[in-house]
Write a protein that binds this ligand. Structure first.
Ligand code: SF4
Ligand code: SF4
Length: 166
């Protein structure tokens, strides 16, 4: 079946902060600059074009939506000042609202819930810290019981845990 343009999708991307999406004139500078695209099938220009055309299902179900590392190189180089990362984040938020999330991002979010930050403290890291004369657990929210309890309240109040399936 031929994909159908969905203008509501473009308007939703605009409403969620991707208002420069209509400014793209498809020069391809973003794709040529993208370090992720050099290693994967991700093509920044194509994703922006799909957004312009309102290809909602195709965008929200694509793996490529999650391949951007948010390095901002494309945004710095775009001759039309398209806020490409804002557009990608807007579309990711829409995907997550529909229960679609890249596995790697879900795991990172789960680590965030568990540790108060996204990088887990492994046994090896603890041993290295100890050998360097540092506390095994860094002085982040993880080392503070009250801060962790407050953090948990925020996660519950915002629905973050439910969103990531915790
Ligand atoms: S660099 Fe900007 S104008 Fe060019 S294709 Fe990418 S988003 Fe569009
Ligand atoms: S911000 Fe994302 S799309 Fe832009 S160059 Fe970096 S990885 Fe590529």
């Amino acid at each position: 079946m031929t994909a159908q343009p969905n203008n509501d999708f473009v308007q939703e991307v605009v409403a969620r902060g991707g208002d420069s999406v209509t400014m793209c004139f498809q020069c391809g500078t973003c794709t040529a600059s993208c370090p992720s695209g050099r290693q994967t099938s991700f093509r920044t220009r194509k994703l922006v074009r799909m957004a312009q055309l309102g290809l909602k299902d195709e965008v929200l179900n694509s793996q490529e939506l999650w391949y951007c590392t948010t390095c901002y190189t494309c945004t710095e180089r775009c001759p039309r000042n398209v806020a490409i990362v804002d557009i990608i984040i807007a579309m990711r938020n829409m995907a997550v609202a529909e229960g679609k999330m890249f596995d790697g991002h879900r795991k990172t979010a789960q680590s965030f819930v568990k540790n108060g930050h996204t990088v887990p403290i492994s046994a090896e890291v603890k041993a290295q810290r100890k050998a360097m004369g540092l506390p095994e657990v860094p002085p982040t929210v993880l080392a503070n019981e009250k801060a962790m309890a407050d953090f948990d309240k925020i996660l519950k109040a915002t629905g973050f845990k439910k969103t990531i399936g915790e």
